[in-house]
Design a protein around this ligand. Structure first.
Ligand SMILES: Cc1cc2nc3c(=O)[nH]c(=O)nc-3n(C[C@H](O)[C@H](O)[C@H](O)COP(=O)(O)OP(=O)(O)OC[C@H]3O[C@@H](n4cnc5c(N)ncnc54)[C@H](O)[C@@H]3O)c2cc1C
Length: 392
């Protein structure tokens, strides 16, 4: 296998590197690896950044031209993400829309839905959140109970979602609902696109260990959703959701890799600045992290190669998510060892290193093994669907 980039690809790298140097706003540079998405002001800045990137043709690069993308090969998208990491740029604020819902709509959406929603995903004019989890449906997602009943031209939705990241700043939500309670668990589920301004939606913020409330409880009380916002067929939403989740584990993990790389680069500089480079234990740890980061990247290439050849993300994508969460937590822990008690100082204090990003990062990393599939569930998927071991 040849991991080298072609001359054309290296020329693209040069172009995007120069563009990022010239355009990445100073207030976003270097604060990238643990950026908050709870604060409305920060989200505004991140929206503006995605818009600037879109205007330059750097959002949805791999999307086909007919859907507003650039039709670029995945290798160029990889280069873009590598250069964003190098420039210490934040990730796209609408990454759920770009990397999960977008590919789902391209596969399962109607032409009207594609025309209506895809362009505004790219420009971040409409931010999306994911309404899948419920109090009794997390790992066992198919247990979801939120009901939708078709009345005339509208579905009337009642129920509760939980852990809705960015629900309070999102314009739209892709929501899983039960439309046939009599059917078996995986049947009778439908996939709806819901305007977050619809009457009957109430959000209650959930404060996290980081101190911020990036996710929410979402209550739906007789929320009316136009029938044309059903994606795929009624009662066949599970298959649609599987597409979304597979892209979350594959493409989104590849993108999360940007934050990890940002953090690793910053950590290496921190070790140098604090004169800890001679400590053999820290050197060893940094070497392990650098090797892990490289392995994650190569594994990501493997998944992307399959998608580039016309395939779909498969259960193998779980390896990347599983390994990413391990590395993320190890990196956060190493940073606390390097910084000692300073690692606990939060943003706002003059003594907080890197504006308190390390304190935020260490706490945020606690959730890495839970979001987008817990580590236990991913091990089950790998055991059963990749290795063919007996079911648990
Ligand atoms: C930072 C963050 C952001 C999130 N954002 C969103 C969002 O935007 N939208 C959304 O819908 N959801 C979101 N989630 C929710 C996330 O998808 C769920 O937390 C996750 O699926 C786990 O579900 P649960 O929390 O109900 O835990 P449970 O499913 O109740 O699991 C509890 C524990 O039991 C273990 N377990 C469960 N079943 C098994 C089994 N069969 N075998 C072995 N172990 C098992 C799990 O691994 C876990 O350790 C987010 C979560 C986090 C942490």
């Amino acid at each position: 296998m040849n991991f080298d980039f072609s001359g054309k690809e290296e020329a693209f790298r040069k172009e995007v590197r120069a563009w990022l140097e010239a355009h990445l706003p100073d207030d976003l540079r270097g604060r990238a690896f643990a950026a908050s998405r709870a604060d409305a002001g920060e989200v505004r800045r991140l929206r503006a950044w995605q818009r600037t990137m879109h205007a330059a043709g750097y959002v949805g690069m791999d999307w086909p031209r007919e859907f507003g993308g650039r039709g670029a090969p995945l290798t160029e998208m990889v280069i873009l993400y590598q250069e964003m990491a190098r420039a210490e740029s934040p990730q796209l604020v609408n990454r759920g829309g770009v990397s999960m819902l977008g590919p789902t709509l391209m596969k399962h959406g109607t032409p009207e839905q594609q025309r209506r929603f895809l362009p505004k995903i790219l420009t971040a004019d409409e931010l999306w959140c994911q309404g899948f989890s419920e109090p009794n449906a997390g790992s066992d997602l198919a247990n979801l109970q939120t009901r939708a009943v078709l009345e005339g031209d509208h579905y009337v939705v009642n129920g509760q979602k939980v852990w809705t990241s960015m629900g309070h700043v999102a314009d739209w939500c892709f929501l899983l609902v039960r439309t046939d309670p009599a059917a078996s668990k995986h049947k009778g589920i439908s996939f709806l696109l819901v305007d977050m301004q619809s009457p009957g939606i109430t959000l209650r913020p959930l404060r996290q260990i980081t101190g911020e409330a990036e996710f929410n409880e979402t209550f739906l009380d007789n929320v009316r959703v136009p029938r044309e916002n059903l994606v795929g067929r009624e009662n066949e939403g599970w298959g649609v959701a599987i597409t979304t989740l597979a892209y979350e584990r594959d493409l989104l993990t590849f993108i999360r890799h940007i934050s990890l790389r940002n953090a690793l680069h910053r950590l290496v500089r921190l070790v140098q600045e604090r004169g800890r480079g001679g400590d053999p234990l820290i050197r060893q740890k940094l070497a392990e992290l650098a090797i892990g980061e490289r392995a994650l990247q190569l594994n990501g290439y493997r998944s992307l190669t399959r998608i580039a050849r016309g395939g779909q993300p498969g259960p193998e994508g779980s390896t990347s998510k599983l390994f990413w969460s391990h590395l993320d937590q190890e990196l956060a822990l190493t940073a606390t060892q390097v910084l000692g008690p300073y690692s606990q100082i939060a943003e706002g204090s003059p003594w907080a290193p890197d504006h308190g990003q390390w304190e935020f990062y260490e706490l945020l990393a606690r959730g890495s093994g839970i979001r987008a599939g817990t580590s236990e569930i991913l091990r089950n998927i790998l055991a059963e669907r990749v290795l063919g071991l007996p079911k648990d």
